[in-house]
Write a protein of this length. Structure first.
Lengths: 325, 661
């Protein structure tokens, strides 16, 4: 499809240049819509809409395409979508890397925001498990987390099996009294969390930041031994001399942007904008909160964010681009 | 009571062996296999190293298709992409008309008031006041609950997909009805298309057709087309020969015979196909949003990830409403008798509906420039019942969770986990010959070879362990579905009022996106086997109910009277006459229940399982096409094995009951 459209639009542009006599490239360099990836969580939707609305003000046509988080990179590498504003180290790295290796996808820079994924519990559990958030304290009251299936061990509700987190290995390496029960998707985690919170039952599950959960529920990450790259390679490292994974996850994971490798050539200024685009944790949390707490739609939240944060996004607009009115 | 007598005599198998004889052989085979597995562990689960690398082959094949296959002037990918490009045209039109507006000319999309009025007028024109009211209120719901734009996005996809899938299905059905060999090929292909879960073919679809509305359309059409073709074959085959003969005598050409005689005569069956096309298209809406289709499906997944269950329920209802309205409109249109208006009535009178619509359109389009809320509904005009649903779910989790504790834990620890261990233990070297024996008993040597080959293929593809877990979920779910569904079907067959309610519930369960009820099920039952099985139940018990009802309704009146005259009590009549006679339909219901349970395992993988569904889900991140497609194929193989065995059993019983010639 792209090939056909590219051909047509190229000839349209050529005709425009011939008739109008404009010799230098102006924004938009191509009248094709820039296709922005939408995933199904709040912050990504607001950020994608912020990017889309700013691109529209720069003069681009924009189209939003909903996508599965795992299929998106294949599609971007094929040139079927143009960019993604949130690439998470924790959950997307394997698929992202696979697509980078094909050459169809490029890494379009890293946000200031850092991400963290770890075992997490709602605050009320601290009353029954003194000493939290230390992992040894959690392990000491493992029986409180037991269910009929896992008893006498505690149950840890883990991430989807394919996210490659090695939590069962960690449980073994640290000799913990827990069993990992992996879920199939994020919404399943939240269903478990909400169900437990409403009955004030002990629960410990996989969670990450930034996401909408922190705005709705009070809780903390469990503190495991600090991460060190050696921990995942050298058994001698850490408390267990015979096993790897005897440590926590990195506390500062990256959050990147990704783009189709042809984007820079097709819309140089739009690509420059994408590379400069940069969100901090606080900005992301606030943007997501407009949807999660105030009930705005992602589009409305993006418009509001743009109106209120001009200082932040002015720096992302490439030089020589006129924002119009 | 000859019927029952025949059934009893039929217990003796076709090879002259008694049931005890068969059981004895089966026991010997099982023992030998177990002993053998003890000696050679590879007979339990074959190690991955000895199996051919089929997954890599399939992945390579798709890479080759997408990148390297070259016909000289064009590549294969150019062809598939050109197809996407072609399909983009009608879609661009429906999108522009319904929600986007035309880019090239300054004409906006249809104002929502005009669409609602148009639906009501269309309903009134086709089917009278009741249908007009249904269509109008249905579309009004979409606007009032604030889903106008996503609904129109979904509708723009459906109005292109459904006719396309129906036309394709009709064409394939006609071709197959003319030629037995074509039919054999086509139906085998449909078996695979329908039983491979959708999630498995999303990866190849995006590679070949891209991302967005069009691939969503193609994925939907793949799934929605087979029922239409099957109904076409059935419909054309069952046209009475006298009708065709009459057509011939009138001097019809071959084309006239088909279009003017056979197809009108087969219309009722064809319309069942159209109904299924519409239902299946809307059932695919959520899946299509995973590969870039915008609309209600995407909004629904977004709500679910935010755990806004109430909103998701409303969006699910919107999908159901759209399905029901479109279905009733198309059904009524097919039943409509041509009206022969007289010229004396005049053009305006004959086209009153059209003129009214044109009037409303002009008025709303003109006023939409000045009056806000005419073009697209304003946020202030919408209502929501979401807090109500959320409160209901909250009440459930707080109050029912503990009450269910005993049931949940008891069942999980004492029944499900031991059962799962038993299934996981099963060595393939035992299952393959046992399935073969069953095939031999029910259908003969050919069937035995076929089913053995299908199970052996699952082993060869390297999916034996996850396939056993899939079989475990399916077996437990199907037993429960039958235990619940068949009595409900019987009850509905006795009582018309119950039947109407049951029918409505079945329609809703089939189109209401299953993603939604996964969440409350997890809240009440926690991640685990019980949650998975209960989620399957909601979806898969529908055919058990429907076909039991149908089977009982079809028992000839005369036989019931005869039974009553012979002095049967109501209970005797049910057990000795009606249920045995309804057996073939009940078996078909069982067959469909198995198919739906298998299809659901791909979705329940989202709860967290270790079965074939999970294999499909895991294949998505690595774009591991081979793993996903072959896991999907393994699910299809389990389904087809069950289908062939049950089909043979049902045919034997029919013969014994004297129902088949």
């Amino acid at each position: 499809m792209t090939g056909w459209k590219l051909g047509i639009s190229a000839s349209v542009v050529a005709l425009g240049v011939a008739l109008g006599g404009t010799a230098y490239a102006e924004v938009p360099e191509s009248s094709d819509p820039v296709r922005v990836v939408l995933n199904n969580w709040t912050s990504q939707n607001v950020l994608a809409n912020v990017a889309g609305q700013l691109l529209e003000r720069m003069g681009y046509a924009v189209e939003y395409k909903p996508s599965d988080t795992q299929l998106q990179f294949t599609a971007m590498a094929n040139g079927d979508m143009d960019f993604q504003v949130e690439v998470w180290e924790g959950s997307m790295w394997p698929a992202f890397k696979e697509a980078l290796d094909t050459g169809g996808l490029v890494d379009a820079g890293t946000h200031d925001a850092v991400t963290r994924e770890e075992w997490w519990y709602p605050t009320y559990i601290e009353e029954v498990c003194p000493g939290l958030p230390d992992w040894k304290a959690l392990d000491a009251c493992a029986d409180k987390f037991a269910t009929a299936e896992t008893s006498p061990k505690g149950r840890f509700v883990g991430p989807p099996a394919d996210w490659g987190k090695h939590y069962s290995e960690r449980i073994t390496a640290l000799n913990m009294n827990f069993v990992e029960v992996p879920v199939g998707q994020a919404a399943t985690l939240w269903a478990e969390l909400v169900s437990a919170v409403e009955r004030k039952e002990p629960v410990v599950l996989f969670n990450w930041t930034p996401n909408f959960i922190e705005a709705k529920f009070e809780g903390k990450f469990v503190e495991f031994p600090d991460f060190d790259p050696a921990c995942h390679e050298d058994p001698a490292w850490g408390s267990n001399p015979d096993a790897i994974y005897d440590c926590g996850a990195p506390k500062q994971g990256w959050l990147k942007k990704g783009a189709w490798s042809g984007m820079e050539a097709k819309w140089p200024k739009a690509y420059e904008f994408l590379v400069k685009m940069n969100f901090s944790n606080a900005q992301i949390a606030k943007a997501a909160d407009m949807v999660d707490s105030d009930g705005l739609s992602p589009e409305e939240a993006a418009t509001k964010w743009i109106a209120e944060n001009e200082d932040a996004w002015r720096a992302w607009i490439p030089e020589g681009v006129d924002l119009g009115s | 009571m000859t019927v029952v007598g025949a059934a009893t005599r039929g217990r003796q198998g076709r090879h002259g062996l008694t049931r005890t004889g068969w059981l004895a052989i089966a026991a010997v085979v099982a023992l030998v296999a177990v002993a053998f597995t003890g000696l050679a562990p590879w007979a339990g689960t074959p190690p991955a190293e000895v199996l051919p690398p089929t997954r890599a082959w399939v992945t390579q094949f798709f890479k080759w298709l997408a990148r390297d296959l070259d016909f000289g002037i064009v590549t294969f990918r150019d062809l598939t992409r050109a197809m996407s490009w072609l399909l983009d045209w009608p879609l661009a039109w429906s999108e522009a008309l319904l929600y986007e507006g035309f880019r090239s000319v300054p004409v906006g999309s249809l104002p929502w008031v005009a669409v609602v009025a148009g639906a009501a007028l269309l309903g009134h024109w086709i089917g009278g006041r009741r249908l007009g009211l249904l269509a109008g209120l249905g579309f009004l719901y979409l606007a009032v609950f604030g889903f106008w734009k996503p609904s129109m996005q979904t509708l723009s996809l459906i109005v292109v997909t459904a006719p396309l899938a129906a036309a394709l299905g009709l064409a394939l059905g006609i071709a197959a009805a003319r030629n037995r060999r074509t039919e054999a090929v086509v139906t085998a292909a449909f078996d695979v298309m329908q039983s491979v879960p959708h999630l498995a073919y999303l990866a190849p679809v995006i590679v070949l057709f891209g991302f967005g509305q069009v691939p969503g359309l193609i994925a939907t059409a793949i799934f929605a087309m087979p029922p239409m073709a099957r109904c076409t074959i059935l419909g054309l085959r069952t046209v009475p020969p006298e009708v065709i003969e009459a057509g011939r005598m009138c001097g019809c050409s071959r084309g006239q015979l088909l279009w003017r005689v056979a197809i009108p005569a087969a219309r009722p069956t064809l319309m069942v196909g159209v109904n299924q096309v519409i239902m299946q298209s809307l059932a695919m809406v959520v899946i299509a949003s995973l590969i870039g289709a915008v609309g209600l499906g995407y909004e629904l997944l977004f709500s679910l990830q935010q755990l806004r269950l109430g909103k998701a329920v409303e969006q699910g209802v919107a999908i159901v409403i759209m399905a029901v309205v479109l279905d009733r409109l198309s059904q009524a249109y097919a039943r409509r008798k041509p009206e022969h208006a007289t010229a004396a009535e005049g053009w305006p009178k004959r086209h009153a509906h059209l003129l009214t619509f044109a009037g409303i359109l002009v008025m709303t389009a003109a006023s939409s420039f000045v009056v806000p809320g005419v073009g697209a509904p304003l946020k202030a005009m919408t209502v929501t019942t979401a807090p109500l649903w959320d409160a209901a779910v909250k009440w459930m989790t707080v109050n029912l969770f503990d009450a269910l504790e005993v049931f949940r834990d008891g069942l999980t620890v004492h029944v499900l986990i031991p059962l799962r261990h038993a299934f996981q233990w099963l060595p393939w070297a035992m299952v393959v010959p046992l399935v073969g024996l069953l095939g031999l008993r029910l259908g003969g040597a050919r069937l035995a070879v076929l089913v053995m080959a299908m199970i052996a293929l699952i082993v060869a593809l390297g999916f034996w362990t996850p396939a056993l877990i899939t079989a475990y979920y399916t077996t437990v779910a199907v037993i429960l579905c039958s235990a619940i569904g068949i009595p409900i079907g019987v009850w509905a067959a006795r009582n018309e009022a119950v039947a109407r309610v049951v029918q409505a519930v079945c329609d809703t369960l089939q189109t209401f996106p299953s993603f939604i009820y996964l969440i409350p099920v997890i809240m009440l039952f926690r991640v685990g086997d019980l949650a998975i099985i209960i989620a399957i139940l909601g979806y898969a018990s529908v055919p058990a109910v429907r076909l039991t009802y149908l089977g009982l309704k079809r028992v000839p009146e005369t036989l019931i009277e005869a039974a009553t005259a012979a002095g049967c009590t109501a209970r005797q009549r049910l057990w000795k006459v009606e249920l045995p006679l309804a057996f073939p339909e009940i078996m078909l219901g069982l067959n469909q229940t198995i198919m739906m349970a298998l299809a659901m395992t791909a979705i329940t993988a989202l709860i967290g399982s270790r079965d074939l569904g999970q294999e499909i889900l895991k294949a998505l991140p690595d774009a591991d096409t081979g793993r996903g497609v072959l896991a999907g194929l393994s699910i299809a193989l389990i389904g087809m094995t069950a289908d062939r065995l049950i089909g043979a059993w049902s045919r034997t019983r029919k013969r014994q009951l004297g129902l088949a010639s």
